[in-house]
Every structure is written in structure tokens, then in C-alpha cells.
Write a protein that binds this ligand. Structure first.
Ligand SMILES: *Cc1c(COP(=O)(O)O)cnc(C)c1O
Ligand code: SF4
Length: 343
């Protein structure tokens, strides 16, 4: 067994296990964890300094999760946009391929909270998904997601990469993974050497707070970068975690210093169980405005909203606001005018 697999065995999976370490109301949180699973790696647990801090908020269940019933479990209509199970084909030239339903840490704000880590969601049947991609020459970019693709063994992941690599019209492969943040020991030399064989390969990771940039995560990113892999980062704007201009600026700077290029800042999707993390778009704009000009242009990602109903991502900078500031009108890549309501 590899070291990272041992770490996964030593995760905390129930709030009761926290009460020995912190003052937390295990019982109430247990109810939340039964609905939306909990898992925290020993490494990520070690980053918590006190209950309610930005690391805690991201990984410890919160009773608020059960009180948010207004929203939809799948506002982006991913399930309707699946031609085969586990494949999301929304844009003409690229697909998201859900290869795993497990993650090292179950983020409380996850956009796929409806299924990630739950029994009900199963990973895409690989052969069926690969056959679909092979039969659609317009697909030139395949994004492996989940769950976390790096929770697969090297062998299973390599089998998927090899199958995609053999398809002549697949020009690039991307992997979205949070393991450099939550389970940095997953990024072994062996993994980096394997990934190197499937270039051009892009890895997008998911840091949300400057305290997640540690020696261990820097080492994980360096291994990937040394294998010639382009590293990007997708951050989600989260209340009480990074909705502060100085925190966000520090995060972006620290990412560049570990050779990770900020790619997106996401407005929180309107996903059931996550309302307590949602910030207003106008506040998000203030956070992003504190980047441009104030620091390296390389540290300035695109601030985007993924529109409900699978209408695609749009840049917030192009939105027009209603007078009360709560409704936005945006034009998506198809030229459709869409109204976006915050609540
Ligand atoms: C975000 C996303 C992509 C990739 O979008 P890029 O802007 O190219 O990074 C592709 N498909 C789906 C369904 C997505 O949600
Ligand atoms: S790593 Fe990504 S997919 Fe997994 S729980 Fe966190 S946000 Fe969701």
C-alpha cells in the first residue's frame, strides 16, 4: 500500500471524532454528515487551528447545510447534459468526464454535493464514455473530474489516459484535482512520471486559502511542474474563507510562487446545502478589483459565474446589473441574453 492510501485509511469520517480534538457538537453534526458525507485527511486536519477557521469551514459539516432547501441539487443541469452516464457534454469542443466519485476531503461547498462521496453516484463506465468521445470528432479537450481523478490508482488512471491519448482528435487532457491541497502525498514521483507520458496535460487544482499553501503542497506542485505539466488553479469564492481582498491577493501571490497559475475564481453555484457560503456578486467584484494592477497580472484569474441550466460560464466583468444590484444580465458564448438572480 502506498503512503497516500494509508492516509486515506486514517481519515476522520464522523464529527464525533472531532470532539476529542476540538469543542464541537458531534451529535448535531452527525446528522449533517449522514446526508452529505464527511472525510478529512490527517494532513488537512492538521491545518485547522480552531473551530470555524477557514480550513474548518471548508471540511467540517455545518447544520446550515440541512437548512438550505430553496436551491436545486443540480442547478447546472449536468444530469440532463449527459449523453452517457458520467460524461457532461455542454460545450461543443470539450467534455467533462467524471471518473471518480470519491475525494480525499469532502468539501462542504462542493457543486456536486448531490452525489460526490455518496452511494448513489457511480463513476462513468469508462468504455462507454471513451466510445462516445471517439465517435465525436468535435471533442478536442477532455476534462477528467469527479470526485477526484487522483483518488484512482495510478494503474486505473493510466488506463483512462492511455485510451483518451489514442483518440486522434483529443488534443489535450485536463485533470481537476484537489489532492495537492488535501492529500499532497498523493503526488508521488511515480505518478508524475506516468502523467508525463500523456502530454499535453493540464492539471487544475483547487486552493481556496493562503494557509493551504504549505511546504507539502508546494512540493506536490513542484513535482508536477517538473514533469512539464502546466498547473492552474480554480478558487471558489467562499464566505468566511476567502471573501476578503487581502486574503485573496495573498492566495494568488502564493500560488504563483509555487508555480501555479490562477485560472478561475468561481462565483458559488446555486447548489442546495451551500447557501451559507454564498457571497454577493458585487462583493466578489470588490475582491477581484483588489487584484488587477495591485499585483502581477499573472495573479489575476477570470471571475466567472457558471450559469444555471447549463448555459455555460460567463465573465462577471461583462455583466450588467439591475438597480438593486441583485439581478445581472449576461450574454453567454452563444449570444443568449440571460438573467441571473442571486437568491
Ligand atoms: C467548466 C466546464 C468546462 C470547461 O470550461 P473552460 O472554460 O474551457 O475551462 C467544460 N465543460 C463543462 C460542463 C464545464 O462546466
Ligand atoms: S474536491 Fe472537488 S469534487 Fe471533491 S468534494 Fe471538493 S469540491 Fe467537490
Amino acid at each position: 500500500m502506498e503512503a497516500w492510501e494509508k492516509s486515506l485509511r486514517n481519515c476522520i469520517t464522523s464529527p464525533e471524532e472531532l470532539s476529542g480534538l476540538f469543542h464541537a457538537q458531534g451529535e448535531e453534526l452527525g446528522q449533517v454528515a449522514r446526508r452529505y458525507p464527511m472525510r478529512i485527511t490527517p494532513y488537512y486536519l492538521g491545518l485547522i487551528r480552531e473551530p470555524g477557521d477557514p480550513i474548518w469551514r471548508q471540511c467540517v459539516p455545518d447544520p446550515e447545510e440541512l437548512h438550505d432547501l430553496a436551491q436545486s441539487p443540480d442547478p447546472l443541469d449536468e444530469e440532463r447534459l449527459s449523453p452517457v452516464p458520467g460524461l457532461i457534454h455542454r460545450y461543443p469542443d470539450r467534455v467533462v468526464f467524471l471518473v471518480s466519485t470519491a475525494c480525499a476531503v469532502y468539501c462542504r461547498f462542493c457543486m456536486r454535493k448531490r452525489g460526490v462521496g455518496c452511494q448513489g453516484m457511480s463513476p462513468a463506465p469508462v468504455d462507454e464514455a471513451v466510445a462516445y468521445i471517439a465517435a465525436h470528432p468535435e471533442i478536442r479537450d477532455v476534462i477528467l473530474s469527479g470526485g477526484d481523478p487522483l483518488l484512482l490508482s495510478d494503474e486505473r488512471l493510466e488506463a483512462i489516459l492511455a485510451a483518451l491519448h489514442r483518440i486522434p482528435h483529443v488534443e489535450i487532457i485536463r485533470i481537476g484535482t484537489r489532492t495537492p491541497v488535501t492529500l499532497p502525498e498523493r503526488i508521488t514521483w511515480k505518478l508524475a512520471r506516468m502523467l508525463k507520458r500523456y502530454q499535453p496535460l493540464y492539471v487544475n487544482t483547487h486552493f481556496n486559502h493562503p494557509r493551504e499553501v504549505t511546504e507539502a503542497s508546494a512540493k506536490a506542485c513542484a513535482r508536477l511542474a517538473d514533469a512539464g505539466i502546466q498547473l492552474g488553479n480554480q478558487t471558489v469564492l467562499l464566505k468566511g474563507v476567502n471573501d476578503d481582498p487581502l486574503v485573496m491577493r495573498e492566495l494568488m501571490r502564493r500560488l504563483l510562487a509555487i508555480r501555479v497559475r490562477p485560472y478561475y475564481i468561481h462565483q458559488m453555484d446555486l447548489v442546495q446545502g451551500t447557501a451559507h457560503f454564498r457571497t454577493r456578486v458585487a462583493d466578489g467584484m470588490k475582491v477581484v478589483a483588489a487584484l488587477r494592477g495591485h499585483t502581477s497580472g499573472l495573479a489575476v484569474p477570470h471571475y466567472v459565474i457558471d450559469l444555471p441550466g447549463g448555459k455555460g460560464k460567463v465573465e462577471v466583468s461583462s455583466a450588467r446589473f439591475s438597480e438593486d444590484g441583485r439581478r445581472l444580465t449576461v450574454t453567454n458564448y452563444l449570444g443568449e441574453e440571460i438573467e441571473y438572480r442571486e437568491t
